[in-house]
Design a protein around this ligand. Structure first.
Ligand code: ADP
Length: 600
């Protein structure tokens, strides 16, 4: 099928000053070379060669200015010629039918008077120099046409032309480079300013507002909007104005942006034409034309925003006077990538914050629930304990009941004690977990405290067949709440006795080490597996070891201990060999002179 070739967008390259500079060079070249016409074509990113300067041509020749043709067509003609230095000469008679047809379609064949000399220049002759960059990539072509002498130059003359014009050809390349860089730099600078603003702006809306401001400047836009597809975010940030796109067209433009992202291209809408997307041209072309007319805008450009394979939205650039160049399209696409990355980051950040918030709410809820249940447990436990005590007193007073009932009553009594201990632990845990629970700050001698606790546990240890010893450096004074610190030591000693078999030992020591007091509670008990060692300070954690599970417990003692230690700016750790005992170590700051109580 012969597909009708569609004319590409004309005048896509550069602005007026760049074209004027190239025209001056072309004028210089034709006069130095002794030719009537010198034309310059630039190779655009869309693989089209665009005429950007034509010096000395007739009207018809000048009509080519700004027009673009496929680079392959020119390759087809030039490949038939002979290379002499920088220039290639193609004699009219060497042209194949196909090449002649392409030349006639995309170029200009001047009308020349017929000539009889064998070396006369023919209208179909071609003399061209390829402009290539340091990487040998084709960047453009310079043509010379109609020699003033009317004769074809000899190979030597052509070689000389190349040397003579080397400077001018270089100057053309420099202009090509500069145009590409300037547009890109301007946009890149504004895009990076936008991305930088991301670090100071944590929420997406705020970021987009700043990005819009920077990009509007970078794109020299009269209006700029950013639209993201995310259902939850409608981010047309300009106040509602006549620049807004009719919401009926959002779907059309959203789809076009998806296609533009896949094709990595920016779509340009100009009066009478939509460049880069035929579907949009067909389905929305007329409305977009009306939109442009209403605004009196020269162009609207849709720059897709995305990350990896996913299109995330687009930037809508409305421009009034300056023509949109292809260098800007390239820069705009890279801005679309930068924005995409920033959007992905911002969304990840927002999700993270939301998750943290949810976890915090969950934690609050859990604490609240524990507090409420514990509170509700206290009254019935109190009533049970009271009634059991009453029955106990009556039994002591001689009330006769069967032996089985006495046993049941004693079991009930032990159960109530355990429930009551559990409720107290839960209440304590909740109290310590509340950030507003104040910490009493008084000097506490850890040696005295350990002696008291050891005395309290003496009978219990003896009953369990565990030898309990303690030893303390004198003057191991820390600052804090004596009741809390007592609970800390109690929990450690009670565990040491509880988890040690008869015949074993539990030793508590307090040492001073620099500015710290070091309390250790070592036992020769059942020990803790390495996996459990990481978990024992967590709430409600009880080890999986069956020997540990045989003993009553709630899994709260060590988490209470940890909270107390942290409130006192200390650390707690455990080392243990499963089956061979454990050592719990608590380090607390020793009281300094500033901690001594003032007059109260
Ligand atoms: P519990 O009320 O279950 O004793 P803790 O928070 O005090 O709760 O301890 C958590 C778990 O750590 C215990 O269930 C036990 O498995 C283990 N553990 C604590 N102290 C010791 C110890 N001295 N020796 C062996 N295991 C211990």
């Amino acid at each position: 099928m012969n597909v009708e070739w569609q004319r590409p967008r004309a005048h896509a390259w550069g602005g007026d000053p760049e074209r004027a500079a190239l025209l001056a060079i072309a004028e210089d070249i034709r006069s130095r070379a002794g030719f009537k016409v010198c034309a310059v074509e630039v190779l655009r990113a869309d693989r089209m060669l665009e005429f950007v300067a034509i010096a000395g041509a007739d009207d018809e020749g000048r009509d080519l200015l700004g027009q673009a043709s496929p680079v392959d067509a020119m390759h087809a003609a030039l490949s038939l010629g002979a290379d002499y230095g920088a220039f290639t000469f193609v004699a009219g008679e060497w042209m194949t039918d196909e090449a002649s047809e392409l030349m006639a379609r995309y170029g200009h064949v001047p009308e020349l008077p017929p000539a009889n000399e064998p070396d006369a220049w023919l209208a179909t002759d071609m003399l061209a120099a390829r402009i290539v960059d340091a990487q040998e990539r084709l960047r453009g072509i310079v043509y010379l046409d109609e020699p003033l002498s009317g004769r074809r130059p000899t190979p030597e003359q052509i070689s000389e032309l190349g040397s003579m014009l080397a400077l001018q050809l270089r100057a053309i390349l420099t202009h090509f480079d500069r145009e590409q860089l300037e547009g890109q730099l301007r946009v890149a600078r504004s895009a990076s300013a936008a991305i930088r603003s991301m670090s100071s702006e944590r929420d997406l809306g705020g970021f987009l507002k700043k990005a819009r401001h920077h990009l509007k400047e970078g794109f020299r836009a009269s209006d700029l909007q950013i639209r993201l597809f995310d259902g939850g975010h409608e981010l047309n940030l300009s106040r509602r104005s006549e620049q807004d796109v009719d919401p009926r067209h959002h779907r059309l433009l959203d789809e076009a942006a998806q296609r533009a992202w896949s094709a990595q291209t920016a779509l340009i809408v100009e009066p009478g034409h939509v460049w880069g997307d035929e579907i949009l041209a067909r389905e929305g072309g007329e409305d977009l034309d009306l939109y442009l007319a209403r605004l009196g805008a020269a162009a609207v450009v849709l720059v897709p925003i995305g990350a990896a394979d996913e299109a995330l939205g687009y930037v809508w650039v409305v421009r009034h006077d300056v023509r949109w160049t292809e260098a800007e399209s390239i820069a705009a696409l890279s801005a679309g990538h930068d924005l995409g990355r920033a959007v992905v980051n911002a969304r990840a950040f927002a999700r993270e914050e939301q998750l943290v918030g949810e976890l915090q709410r969950l934690d609050q809820y859990r604490t609240q629930l524990i507090a409420t249940i514990t509170h509700e447990m206290k009254n019935p436990i109190g009533a049970l304990a009271g009634h059991l005590e009453l029955i106990d007193m009556q039994l002591e007073d001689g009330l006769q009941v069967p032996e089985a009932i006495v046993r049941s009553l004693s079991t009930m009594s032990r159960s109530v004690d355990r429930l009551s201990a559990l409720a107290s632990s839960l209440l304590e845990l909740t109290r310590l977990g509340q950030s507003d629970t104040p910490l009493v700050r008084r000097p506490v001698d850890l040696g005295d405290l350990v002696a008291e606790v050891a005395a309290l546990f003496e009978a219990q240890a003896r009953a369990a067949g565990v030898e309990l010893t303690f030893d303390a450096d004198s003057g191991s004074v820390v600052t804090g709440d004596a009741a809390e610190l007592e609970m800390l030591v109690t929990n450690l000693v009670s565990n040491a006795v509880k988890y040690t078999e008869p015949g074993g030992s539990a030793d508590v020591t307090v040492r001073r080490d620099g500015d710290r007091a070091v309390l250790t509670c070592a036992d020769s008990g059942i020990g803790i597996t390495p996996a459990d060692q990481d978990l024992v300070f967590g709430e409600f954690h009880r080890s999986g070891d069956p020997r540990a599970r045989q003993r009553p417990g709630s899994g709260l003692g060590l988490s209470i201990a940890k909270r107390i230690v942290e409130r006192h700016r200390g650390t707690i750790s455990v080392t243990s060999e499963h089956g061979n005992g454990s050592v719990f170590t608590v380090r607390l700051p020793l009281a300094g002179p500033e901690d001594h109580p003032g007059p109260t």
